[in-house]
Ligand binder design. Structure first.
Ligand code: GDP
Length: 203
C-alpha cells in the first residue's frame, strides 16, 4: 500500500458518532504507553496524526482516521479507516471507568461490519500483562482476526527480541502465532504491516 494521506475524522463513544460513510476498518489496540500513537504516525508518515501522549490513559474515545491509500499498480483508490481505540490496563483507571471503557469498546468491536482485523500491540520489552492476555483471548473468543505486534523492538538486542516474542506467544497460549516485530523509531515492521493491510484492502 502507498499511503497518500491521513487525517483525523471523528471521535466516538457511541454508534451515532461513527462515520456515516462506510469503509474498511483496521483497528489498533493496546495498553497505554505501548507505542500505539507512535506506530500510527510512523505507519502513515503523517506527523502527529495520533498524539504521542505524555499522559497515559487520557484518550477515552474511539478515534477514526481517514487514510488515503493506493495499491501499487492498481489505478483505483483503496481508502480505509484506521481506528484507534483507547489504551487499556491503565493502573489509575478505576473499576467504574474500566466498565464504561469495556462497554463502548465492546459495542464497537462486536458491532462493526467493516472491521477487517485488530492490531493488538504488546511491548516487546516485558512479558505480556494480564490485561494483554485477557484482551487477546477476548478478541479470539469473539472471532475477531488479531495481528499481534511487538512494539519498541529497537530497545532490545536481536536475541532478546526473539526470546521475548517467544515468551509473548507462550503467554498468549498460541506458540505458532505470527507476531510482527515493530519499531516506530527504526521503521522496523512497517513494510510488513503495509503488506498485510494491502492484502485486506484488495479482498
Ligand atoms: P501510546 O500511549 O500507546 O500511544 O504510546 P506513545 O506512542 O505515546 O509512546 C509511549 C512512549 O514510548 C513515548 O515516549 C514514545 O516516544 C515511546 N515509543 C513509542 N514507540 C517507540 C519505539 O518504537 N521505539 C522507542 N525506542 N520508543 C518508542
Amino acid at each position: 500500500v502507498i499511503i497518500t494521506q491521513g487525517k483525523y475524522l471523528a471521535s466516538a463513544v457511541k454508534p451515532e458518532q461513527y462515520p456515516e460513510i462506510h469503509r474498511k476498518e483496521i483497528v489498533f489496540i493496546g495498553r497505554s504507553n505501548v507505542g500505539k500513537s507512535s506506530l500510527i504516525n510512523s505507519l502513515t508518515r503523517v506527523n502527529q496524526l495520533a498524539r504521542v501522549s505524555s499522559q497515559p490513559g487520557k484518550t477515552q474515545t474511539i478515534n477514526f482516521y481517514e487514510i488515503g491509500a493506493k495499491i501499487d499498480d492498481d489505478p483505483g483508490r483503496k481508502d480505509f479507516y484506521l481506528v484507534d481505540l483507547p489504551g487499556y490496563g491503565y493502573a489509575k483507571t478505576g473499576a467504574q471507568r474500566r466498565k464504561i471503557w469495556s462497554r463502548f469498546i465492546n459495542e464497537y468491536l462486536l458491532g462493526s461490519e467493516d472491521l477487517q482485523f485488530v492490531c493488538q500491540l504488546i511491548d516487546s520489552r516485558h512479558e505480556p500483562m494480564a490485561s494483554d492476555v485477557e484482551m487477546f483471548h477476548w478478541l479470539v473468543e469473539h472471532n475477531l482476526p488479531v495481528l499481534v505486534i511487538a512494539t519498541k523492538v529497537d530497545k532490545l538486542s536481536k536475541n532478546a527480541v526473539a526470546k521475548n516474542i517467544s515468551q509473548i506467544k507462550r503467554s498468549l497460549g498460541v506458540p505458532e502465532l505470527d507476531v510482527l516485530p515493530y519499531s516506530s523509531v527504526k521503521n522496523v515492521g512497517r513494510e510488513e504491516l503495509l503488506n498485510v493491510i494491502a492484502d485486506c484492502l484488495l479482498e
